[in-house]
Design a protein. Sequence first.
Length: 489
Amino acid sequence: MMLTLSTCVYAVEEVSLVNDGLPISEGASLTLEDCINIALKRSPILKNMRNNWEMAKHNISIAKAEYFPTLSAGAGYNQDWSRTRGTTINSRTLPSVDVRLKERIWNFGKTNASIRMEKFYKIAAEHDFNQEVINTIYNVKVKYYAVLAAEAAVEIEEANVKINERNYQRTKAYFEEGIRSKIDLVNAEVYLSDSKISSIKAKNDYKNSMLALGNAMFIANAPNFSIKRTDTFNFEHNYLPVSLIKIANYQDVSKLPPDVFNATLTKEEKKVEMLKDYVFKNRFPLSLEDSIKCAYENRYDLKSLEATKEAMKQALLYTKREYYPEITGSVGYGYMNNRYLNNNSFDIAVDISSSLNPIQTKHKIDNAKLQVNMVQNDIEELKQNMYFDIQKTYVDMISLEEQIPLNAIKVRQTLENLELADGRYEVGLGDFIEVQDAKVNYNNAQRTYVKNIFQYNVSRATMEKEIASEEIKLKLEEDKKDRKNKKGR
């Protein structure tokens, strides 16, 4: 399904709020967009990343504050003792006040370097936030597709139970008529038990996949809800109709039925084609070369490292400028009441000062250079990994696009083989093993079909994450507009 990211804003309007604060109500049916919206709104990781971004903005203001003067003020009391003739001592407390305004005139660009460094850190924090948005979307997509795959598996296993129930009842009837041997009946019981066990496991896997989706949406104790199909995972429910007539005292086949007399079996459809209408929609539009180019241009983790590198360069420049002195100006006023008169003072001063440890500064510069080199190495490593990961994911995705239609053909073929084997068995030309082999092949073909569709969807979601696709960029633009509107209210 092509995600319409213009609908993916932090306010999830389509999903009702309930009293306990959970963003979904009992029995809600959610789309992929709904699940992504909920995750983006509730993610504590994103909230922390946004706080880091806001802190980076404040750090720029803190660095710019170096341009403004500093005001200092103090007041105190001085004790005055004086000796007069003889041994007489006079003492009194004398107040004093001092106010001073100090301004840095020039520090040879250290403040500018500090401001630019914080600006690049702010850019990196924004890119880190954007990358976490992409990671959150990807995680929800994978868990969402896993639920669809688990749901498909449940239907396959439930249909398999119905097939084995029907086969058991038929074999039981044939055995009672003396047409089939006891071993066929025992085998039918075994296959029926195995199919029920597989069905229980499939249902358990479905429940776990729903829990994992809720966790990806950051919802604990989520109410019961369902999800909708997507364009790239669009199977339909097609349940197995079974008709068993003229079998006396039919009961739960987990228990052996009583003897059956004069039994005949009328079969209708004994197949389940739950993916019969599956078609590819919106095939991945980019070539491998365009995908790699898009990733180098759009990946936010790469942009974050590049911004961090620029910040490290400014930190290096700041450290180098520690060799230079600072020029400051100050204006001060002082008042002190002494024994003989009230003393008021006013002064203006310009100072040049330097506090330098050359050896320490040299090593700080060396460390700053190493940090720049380390970030550059991280950039090169990330690009190398991106190139490899995109190639592998793209090849896997295209391979699955080619495999899935062939899997569909195999499902049809194994179904036809099952019908033929079942027909041969019914008229006495085939044996029970032939029927079971055909049934196993048919079920395995369906399971492989579902598995490959799941893998394709995951591969496609991975590609969209790897290249930070245009739809994700649209999502981030929508988020920016939404935040600006909130600030303007």
